[in-house]
Design a protein around this ligand. Structure first.
Ligand code: DON
Length: 583
């Protein structure tokens, strides 16, 4: 195995095997050359601009810089998004990835699209693969190490999106990422902290340390093997990951330890699905369908809150009675989620019924200010019968032509499974943990589930990722999303209602307090370090019967509001993101 170089001040070294194949300067030449004479390489002449500028809300400055380069080169929102995703795979190894999966919601030439590039269970996966002989979960097996790994979808997703909608050449959008992997980027203290926590979990169990032990604050961190992988992708196209040398390296890494085979990789395809849409507040919501639970949940929350207009009238934002009503709405959303939501290619998920106006009005009717939390068990709303058989990062982009991309993708936990592909230099996901690994148990996000989301060969695990767009008269009005597991939908819901029900600016809406509640554990309101629930508010909620629990993380929302022709990007103050208008 070769080891990535790092901090130039700490005796850097380049892996011998890598140096033999391609030098850092050669990669740099590829990266810069491919960005240079861009106008000549563009596939079609640009249409007329309809916005004052392009804009991004990015989870780090490097990905914002990458988008800026792509826009300067004549690229559109999809080109910028793909460049950002590859860049984050280098500069945010905790969550950005090529070894994971995700969802992309796109508005292109006025039409909405949704791309599912979620991981899939390998063909050898079985329902009980995480249980021991006695039927108990083997601790950690679905989150750490080779057996936690699902078949990655990110590269196929980015390839598919860029081939369909991009204006630039594929290798141009990979150029910024190759440059960051080759030349390195400066590690910030928060990334080292995240690394140190993960390294403790992975110690002695995976090869994480061999690649990432030098991720130290202040160091310039270089990843020559990753640069080499990205260069192969740039040269040979996205299928290289699934059929070429990269696929061989993944299969070798898995052999004897995990279940993902070359066959699994060759069979992987991203899926274009109908985005989920709903009318709300004079806007059209365009969001994630199954295998995300997020779009269904978001629409349910927005509509139930609108149905309860009278009950909410005059309530102060985030006061105890306000939180109490929202918590009851969330109970109902999560009761439905665990019963009905899963991979639509395995089950006929009753999406239309779940977001039906009459159904939601009836569910909203059950919500009352006097409800005692936990007193009446909240059941799934469509009956108990099963449906017919049948740590993440987000960025938002608009271009001056009015196209938009909302993209959330993930390795699941921070740094995924902790398994690095030897010779490939990238981490693999632990997405298998998003399945119900032991039916009727809860995953670390506290989101439980039943049969519909059990492990099966080729199935996609249920997700909460909710990349969302709002359209006004068919034009982009909001691009929004966040990481956070099951907190994703409740965070997006809160920011959207802060913006549109309370008239806040994007910056204020992101800075407002957020809380989280879901069906299980019952009666629990989670608060965040950024704006903790304390004092009188805490006492009032406790008096109502809630238990309060602190959580370390409540999302990193990246959003762009578009008013008229003006994009207003905003990055969550909880993270290190950047909102940037690009002219
Ligand atoms: O797909 C999902 O819902 C999870 N794998 C997302 C995990 C996540 O957001 C972790 N982020 N902090």
């Amino acid at each position: 195995m070769s080891v990535p170089t790092h901090d130039a001040r700490r005796a850097p070294f380049v892996s011998v095997s890598f140096a033999r194949i391609v030098t850092a300067s050669a990669l740099f030449a590829l990266a810069t050359a491919s960005l240079a004479p861009v106008a000549a390489l563009a596939k079609t002449p640009p249409p007329k601009a309809v916005l004052d500028a392009s804009a991004v809300a990015a989870p780090d400055r490097y990905s914002a810089d990458a988008a800026q380069q792509i826009f300067a080169a004549g690229g559109n929102a999809v080109d910028a998004a793909v460049a950002m995703a590859f860049t984050l795979a280098v500069t945010r190894p905790d969550a950005g990835n090529i070894g994971g999966g995700g969802f992309m919601t796109v508005l292109m030439d006025g039409k909405p699209y949704f791309l599912d590039y979620r991981e899939r269970a390998p063909q050898q996966a079985t329902r009980d693969m995480y249980l021991d002989d006695k039927g108990n979960l083997v601790p950690g097996m679905s989150v750490i190490g080779h057996r936690a790994v699902g078949v990655p979808g990110t590269v196929e997703g980015l390839w598919e999106a860029q081939q369909r909608f991009g204006k630039l050449k594929w290798k141009q959008v990979l150029a910024p990422a190759i440059r960051y992997a080759t030349d390195g980027f400066v590690v910030e203290p928060w990334l080292q902290q995240r690394h140190d926590t993960a390294a403790k979990n992975f110690a002695g169990k995976t090869n994480f340390d061999a690649y990432f032990s030098n991720l130290k604050a202040g160091a310039t961190y270089r990843q020559p093997e990753l640069a080499q992988t990205l260069s192969r992708l740039a040269g040979d196209g996205g299928r290289e990951f699934y059929e070429g040398r990269t696929a061989d390296l993944i299969a070798q890494q898995m052999y004897g330890h995990g279940l993902v085979t070359k066959q699994d990789l060759m069979q992987y395809k991203a899926v274009w699905r109908q985005p989920l849409t709903a009318d709300w507040n004079g806007y059209q919501v365009v969001t994630a369908p199954p295998p995300s639970s997020g779009g269904v949940g978001l629409i349910q929350m927005l509509k139930m809150k609108a149905d309860l207009k009278q009950a909410f009238d005059g309530l102060e934002l985030n006061s105890a009675p306000y939180i109490h009503l929202i918590a009851q709405i969330e109970d109902r959303v999560f009761a439905d989620r665990q019963q009905y939501l899963g991979d639509p290619d395995s089950y006929k998920v009753p999406v239309d019924k779940l977001i039906d106006d009459a159904y939601l009005a009836q569910r909203a009717d059950e919500v009352t200010p006097d409800e005692v939390p936990g007193a009446t068990p909240v059941k799934p709303g469509l009956g108990d019968a099963l449906p017919e058989k049948a740590q993440t990062t987000h960025f938002s982009v608009v271009d001056k032509w009015g196209n938009a991309v909302s993209n959330t993708y993930t390795l699941n936990g921070d740094f995924g499974s902790g398994v690095v592909v030897d010779g490939g230099g990238f981490l693999l996901n632990d997405a298998m943990d998003d399945f119900v690994t032991k039916p009727a148990s809860a995953n670390p996000s506290g989101a439980s589930g039943v049969e519909v989301n059990t492990v099966a060969p080729g199935r996609r695990p249920l997700s909460s990722m909710t990349p969302t767009l709002l359209l006004k008269d068919g034009k982009i009005a909001l691009v929004i999303g966040t990481p956070g597991g099951s907190r994703i939908l409740t965070s997006i819901f809160q920011v959207m209602t802060d913006l549109f029900d309370f008239g806040m600016t994007p910056t204020d809406a992101l800075a407002a307090m957020r809380f989280h509640h879901q069906l299980l554990p019952q009666k629990t309101i989670y608060f965040e370090p950024y704006r903790p629930i304390t004092g009188e508010l805490a006492e009032q909620l406790q008096a109502k019967g809630y238990m309060l629990e602190g959580q370390s993380f409540n999302g990193d929302v990246q959003m762009i509001r578009v008013q008229g022709t003006t994009p207003e990007p905003a990055a969550d103050p909880r993270g290190v993101g950047v909102g940037r208008v690009i002219r």
